[in-house]
Design a protein around this ligand. Sequence first.
Ligand code: ZN
Length: 214
Amino acid sequence: MIVTVTLNDMTLPSWASHVEDKLAPMPLLLVQAFVDTLDRDLGTDIFAHPDEARAWLADAGLRVPEPQKPGRPEPGFADDLRLAREARDSIRALIGRNGGTGPLTADDLAPLEQVLGQAQPRLEVTADGRARLGPDPAALPAPALADGLLGLLLIIRDAQADGSWDRLKLCGNPDCRWAFYDRSHSRRGAWCDMASCGNRLKNRNLRARRAQAG
Ligand SMILES: [Zn+2]
């Protein structure tokens, strides 16, 4: 399903409508939108509610939902939802490395190991003579969540090769950790600058200054 909204003169896919600002280029935007399904600053989480999570994962092409009887949860979706949440934490930790956090732990990587164990990647040779590892992000939806998440890892691999990955960062506000794309010339952007995050930081700094002054 392709539904678009127009925001700030950019046409965004519906699965990225929650990102709003400091958007990564396609297809890295899909990785950013996946991680930013959790908004710690506002206390919202698209993956907190199974129906909302199921719809978002389908919309983003990361998973084809199985038919669901009315009023009943989709069989097996609880396992997929847990994997989606855990892989989201792992990919957030990967992005954190761009801000200089320490090496990833085995716990950080375990959900991605699970993805690699379950996914069924294919090497394809295309009509234009290129050897390509799939699933191809441009050819999503993925049949199963692990394949969709493998697609995210392939997007990350390509972004690491072309250098755009280094600009994807986590907000320096420890209560936020929002993934944002740093387009600044210096590449030294450290904050998501979302209105809510910035205001909270400003208020906190103001309180700290008043406390010092008092
Ligand atoms: Zn922030």
